[in-house]
Design a protein around this ligand. Structure first.
Ligand code: URA
Length: 432
């Protein structure tokens, strides 16, 4: 079959900062997915996009072409409105676990398609898989039934959703082109729009432990994604949130489940509670439902949904969670105030202890990770434990300790504290 365009012409166009037409983009994405555009050609194009950017119009068409490469899900048969949340990924980011049942307890169904972790940021499915019996894979019919009966589902995205993104993301991962804002925005939004949610709240992380290291980049990514969602008829907003230090007091699969259950029981670390409630409020507003999420956490309604959500996927909500066999501690060498604890370094240490994977086929250790005993702003005594490292394989301690060298500062007095929610973008208020 003769092709209507030549990939080399389109690579040259992006190299020379020219915009691609809609027809050119539709062809490129489709031709790459079916193998008519080679990996080396798409790599060159991805690098040209990383260096020279894309116009909003091009990004919207690119996203549409990736959606069209696969199936679209549909939840219009549900009695309740739907809302989902997507985080761009951070260290200790377990928010999806308490958030999905909390929002469902307030009357909005949450269809959450999640992934496994790669590198230093953990994956929601890896965390939930530390619960004995819990299964990530659901058919579309089972997902719909669980949404109808329980109101919340967290499961693996099937292969049918945006297959063009799956192929392109794997290529970007090995060609240094993950960080291109047009490609990140279209990758995330193609999957979320194809998933069929009515409303979407984006948690765009900023700081050392995030993709986006500064607020200006994060704002550009958030604005691009909010525009893509809004144009596709999904009520979309974004919060820019701090990821310079880990969220909560744990980074590691089973440890993060335990901390999430504490939040659902009305306790848990203040930052995890604050962000869970802020994102829940955004999702409820976007879905047009008036409710008080803080109250639903306090009175146990969110915990009830959590227990039913876990049980519906084969998990035992009362089971003991795995604990790592070995621990090592890091202690403070002086009195003072903890003024910095670096998210990236803690994330890399947790990953090296076995909580994350280097290749997507690697297993993860459920009990491995890093436990924090203090957060920035806390007073510290010399000799106090700052971090406990957990692993089943003690030969991993040395590399984890290496990752943590210079990861914290203790000063005479507290510095200025950074707010957790840095900004909000979008106007996703009120239902349809
Ligand atoms: N997550 C995605 O799904 N895609 C990206 O490009 C980056 C993060």
């Amino acid at each position: 079959m003769s092709e209507p365009f030549d990939a080399v012409d389109l690579i040259r166009a992006k190299r020379d900062r020219r915009a691609l037409s809609g027809e050119e983009i539709d062809w490129l994405v489709d031709a790459y997915t079916r193998g008519a555009v080679a990996d080396e050609q798409m790599s060159a194009l991805a690098m040209a996009i990383l260096l020279n950017g894309m116009q909003r119009k091009e990004i919207a068409r690119w996203t549409g072409a990736m959606i069209a490469s696969g199936e679209r899900m549909e939840f219009s048969s549900l009695a309740q409105p739907t809302a989902d949340k997507h985080s761009t990924g951070g260290v200790g980011d377990k928010i999806t676990l308490p958030l999905a049942p909390l929002v469902a307890a307030c009357g909005v169904a949450v269809p959450q398609l999640s992934g496994r972790g790669l590198g230093h940021t953990g994956g929601t499915l890896d965390k939930l898989e530390s619960i004995p019996g819990w299964q990530a894979a659901l058919s579309n019919a089972d997902m719909l039934a669980q949404l109808d009966e329980v109101g919340a589902v967290i499961c693996a995205a099937g292969d049918g959703l945006a297959p063009a993104d799956k192929k392109l993301y794997a290529l970007r991962d090995v060609t240094g082109t993950v960080e291109a804002i047009p490609l990140i925005a279209s990758s995330i939004m193609s999957k979320k729009i194809a998933e069929g949610t009515g409303a979407l709240v984006l948690d765009v992380k900023v700081g050392s432990g995030a993709f986006m290291k500064d607020v200006a980049q994060a704002r550009e990514l958030a604005e691009t994604m909010v525009a893509l969602g809004t144009d596709a008829g999904v009520r979309t907003s974004a919060l820019l949130t701090d990821m310079s230090t880990p969220l909560g007091l744990t980074a590691g699969n089973a440890m993060e489940v335990r901390e999430s259950v504490e939040v659902l029981a009305g306790g848990g670390p203040a930052d995890v509670v604050e962000l869970t409630v802020a994102l829940a409020q955004e999702m409820l507003d976007a879905a047009g439902v008036e409710a008080d999420p803080a109250q639903a956490l306090r009175d146990g309604r969110a915990m009830d949904v959590w227990r039913r959500m876990i049980a519906a996927q084969g998990g035992d909500p009362d089971a003991e969670l795995p604990v790592a066999r070995e621990t090592q501690t890091i202690t403070a060498e002086r009195d003072g105030v903890l003024t910095r604890l670096d998210a990236l370094q803690v994330g890399v240490a947790a990953w090296r202890l076995g909580a994350g994977r280097a290749r997507k086929e690697d297993p993860v250790q459920a009990g491995a990770g890093v436990q924090l005993h203090a957060k920035p702003g806390d007073p510290i005594r010399a000799g106090q434990t700052l971090l406990t490292l957990h692993t089943d394989t003690p030969e991993r301690f040395a590399r984890a300790q290496e990752a943590l060298v210079g990861s914290y500062d203790i000063a005479e007095a507290a510095g200025e504290s950074t707010p957790l929610v840095l900004d909000r973008i979008g106007s996703a208020q009120g239902g349809s």
